[in-house]
Write a protein that binds this ligand. Sequence first.
Ligand SMILES: Nc1nc2c(ncn2[C@@H]2O[C@H](COP(=O)(O)OP(=O)(O)O)[C@@H](O)[C@H]2O)c(=O)[nH]1
Ligand SMILES: [Mg+2]
Length: 230
Amino acid sequence: MQISSAIFDCSAPDLEACPDESLPEFAFIGRSNSGKSSLLNFLAGKDGLARVSNTPGFTKRINFFTINQSWRLVDLPGYGFAEGAKKDSARFNKAVLRYLKHRANLCLVFALIDSGLTPQEMDLEFVEWLARNGVPFVLVFTKIDKETPAAVQANIAAFTAAIAAWFEQPPAFFTSSATQLQGRPELLGVIAEALAAIQAESNQTAASPQSPPRNAKALRKSRPDRSRPW
Ligand SMILES: Nc1nc2c(ncn2[C@@H]2O[C@H](COP(=O)(O)OP(=O)(O)O)[C@@H](O)[C@H]2O)c(=O)[nH]1
Ligand SMILES: [Mg+2]
């Protein structure tokens, strides 16, 4: 897929302030410092579009970027640095959880996991939350350039084994390195397939006018397979 334009749209503190739901959205979530903003820039093909930071927990807002004037990438605030928060929803940013649960035009979430680490409790907890709430997602193991391939494989195997019991079909997973430029075609392919599915749905609507209107919202509701949402 060609990216011909990538434009910062707006920055929202909560769900109410998010832009209208007219365009399909693909959101990046993960612990602070997992590489969300870097991966977003890499996929968009535009350095500096989303702010990359060495300070964990820096981005507190939901940032929207419009791609090819027809869909959006969404940089969500990272979890894992909420001061004083003890467990479950309190540990995760409330605005993020509400966005993930209620955003009707959210097509797919990229749940980022740092491939250099053994399974982290908060990542496992968050993936369990995604599963329980029926949020369509794929896993992306990031920063694969930082460790040996064997260490990366071992961390991925440990993580997928730890979450296996929560799924009838395990979620799809990908690997990426924003610095070594790896994983872009695969992830853009996932987005292209999701967009093609939406297009096919709306073509069907055009062909049979008596059926109810279909859009990104309807597609999300009708998607039966959480692990392969596209
Ligand atoms: N080696 C390496 N470093 C990365 C990669 N992606 C991000 N980083 C670094 O990890 C830090 C956090 O990245 P950022 O994209 O801001 O993470 P975010 O907090 O999840 O948005 C920054 O110092 C990035 O330069 C990667 O693929 N490889
Ligand atoms: Mg960031």
